[in-house]
Design a binder for this molecule. Structure first.
Ligand code: NAD
Length: 496
């Protein structure tokens, strides 16, 4: 496939309906992780740019919230078609700045579009309620009103999809909005905002601010920003949750993960291996729902170990726009070094490495941040590698004798983003889904990503807050309820 011809530099902010060259004294390089080429430089904006965006969003709020919901969603319908028409171009940008394959990037954008579609139903999803005659002549009404100016802080691994867990719901519910992409991958939103700029939205309804910690702190501290959503690592999620909550904001913060998969001896091993390999090595293991820890039960080990090693070795690794490539690089050289060091740590803790993906060399891409699929066998259950999020294509294997041991192992971890089970037993499946401590559960599924009409859940250290992204949770998050009790005595109407 040919290289992306779009020239998207410099990276701009989009504030009050206009592209703006931000004043920034520091920049972060945006690097194609497959080639090492610098694609752009992200301006690391601070509170001053957030101030402009917050002012624009606050000014746009009164007219936007009084625009009927059925009119607000018309912009989303237009956006859906614009995103679909530009799917190829967006996917190429995602591949170039984020490293995942072109097919993975397209699949990511389909998930984004699905959220736009579901939010199109907000006139019905966010409508109010009324109970007549709670006492004679007295009615009780529950209205949903927008929260106000809202903001989202995004991670690097899904630059196109994750903003859409929130953006369409926030807008359709009558809020105005600010997005801060990851400084590592700002280009996807540069392109998507070129499409948003064509929607004819009133100025200030949606704004884009680029940057890193200083921009985030500007958002967390700004009094006009009433709600914040975040997706990223658990350490940052905890920080965002605390600081936003201290400032009286509504907040939801998705964190990291260490997702276990339990494989019972009665599982269809061929299907299981394929799905587990796709989950562990898809997007180079940089999915928050990637399987990272495979727990074999009883005889499952006999076949699974050999089959998953074969799947790891045979995965075609390379630049995501090249034909036939199944797995791209990790996000940058620092991530590669971190992942390789954790693999080394696993080996020093006693795991063996039947497939070792370190020091990968990909012909034609000498500067790429590539780590090949890696299998760590017999990882000590109490060691660091069994607990730490690697966020790379490294699958750790642990063997136990019973499903109870496997579930206990799965539940011992600090995270609770996803847990999966592979089996052909309905009762084992029921036991697992009942007992396992995770917000997203897969039964014979490797990436249990909820459809847009379900919440993207997450428990324990994987989530700080209450309401999640997507679906009705997003409607709840982006609206505040107002309850009115009204008395209209019947005798008053006789006066007319
Ligand atoms: P990250 O926490 O490093 O960065 C996320 C965002 O926070 C970025 O916009 C960044 O600019 C900002 N940020 C980083 N450090 C900050 C600080 N100290 N103070 C304020 N803001 C800060 O995460 P990442 O490396 O971009 O993304 C990978 C992580 O995201 C992984 O842990 C992955 O599991 C997690 N993730 C979780 C989900 C989920 O749904 N639970 C989804 C995708 C990714």
């Amino acid at each position: 496939m040919t290289r992306n011809a779009l020239v998207l530099t410099p990276v701009l902010n989009y504030i009050n309906g206009e592209w703006r060259t931000p004043g920034a004294s520091e920049y972060a390089d945006v690097i194609n992780p497959a080639t090492g080429e610098i694609l752009a430089r992200t301006p690391l904006c601070g509170a001053d740019e957030v101030e402009l965006a917050a002012q624009a969003a606050a000014k746009a709020l009164p007219a936007w919230r009084s625009t009927p919901a059925q009119e607000r969603v018309q912009y989303l319908f237009k956006l859906k078609f614009l995103l679909e028409d530009n799917l190829d171009a967006i996917a190429r940008v995602i591949t170039d700045e984020c490293g995942k394959t072109y097919e993975e990037a397209k699949a990511e954008m389909r998930r984004a579009i699905e959220n736009v579609e579901i939010a199109g139903g907000i006139p019905m999803l966010a409508k109010g309620e009324i109970s007549e005659d709670i006492a004679p002549g007295i009615d009780e009404i529950m209205l949903r009103q927008p929260v106000g100016v809202c903001a989202t802080i995004c991670p690097f691994n899904f630059p196109g999809m994750i903003p859409f867990w929130y953006l369409p719901y926030a807008l359709a519910c009558g809020n105005t909005y600010i997005i801060k992409p990851s400084e590592k991958v700002p280009l996807t939103m540069q392109l998507i905002f070129q499409l948003i700029a064509r929607l004819g939205l009133p100025a200030g309804v949606i704004n884009l601010v680029n940057g890193a910690k200083a921009a985030v702190d500007g958002i967390l501290d700004h009094p006009a920003i009433r709600a914040v959503t975040f997706v990223g690592s658990s350490a940052t999620a905890r920080y965002i949750y605390r600081r936003a909550a201290e400032n009286g904001k509504r907040v939801q913060a998705q964190g990291g993960a260490k997702n276990p998969v339990v494989i019972l001896p009665d599982a269809d091993m061929e299907m299981t291996t394929k799905i587990v390999a796709d989950s562990a090595f898809g997007c180079a293991g940089q999915r928050c729902l990637a399987v990272s820890l495979a727990v074999t039960v009883g005889e499952a080990r006999n076949t699974f170990v050999e089959m998953i090693c074969d799947a790891a070795v045979s995965r075609k690794v390379g630049y995501g726009l090249d034909a036939g490539v199944q797995m791209g690089p990790v996000i940058n050289q620092a991530a590669k070094a971190r992942i390789e060091s954790l693999i080394g740590r696993g080996a020093s803790e006693g795991a063996s490495l039947p497939v070792d993906g370190r020091s990968a060399s990909i012909p034609g891409y000498p500067n790429g941040a590539f780590v090949r699929p890696t299998i760590l066998l017999d990882v000590p259950p109490t060691g660091e590698i069994a607990r730490t999020e690697i966020f790379g294509p490294a699958l750790s294997l642990i063997h136990v004798h019973t499903i109870d041991e496997a579930i206990a192992l799965a539940n011992r971890g600090a995270y609770g983003n996803q847990a999966s089970l592979f089996t052909s037993s309905g009762s084992a499946a029921r036991k697992f889904r009942y007992e396992v401590e995770a917000g997203n559960v897969g039964i014979n599924i490797g990436v249990a990503a909820p459809m847009a009409f379900y919440p993207f859940s997450g428990w324990k250290e994987s989530f700080f807050g209450d309401l999640h992204g997507q679906g009705m949770d997003a409607v709840e998050f982006f609206t505040q309820k107002k309850v009115i009790v009204e008395r209209w005595p019947k005798e008053w109407s006789r006066k007319f």
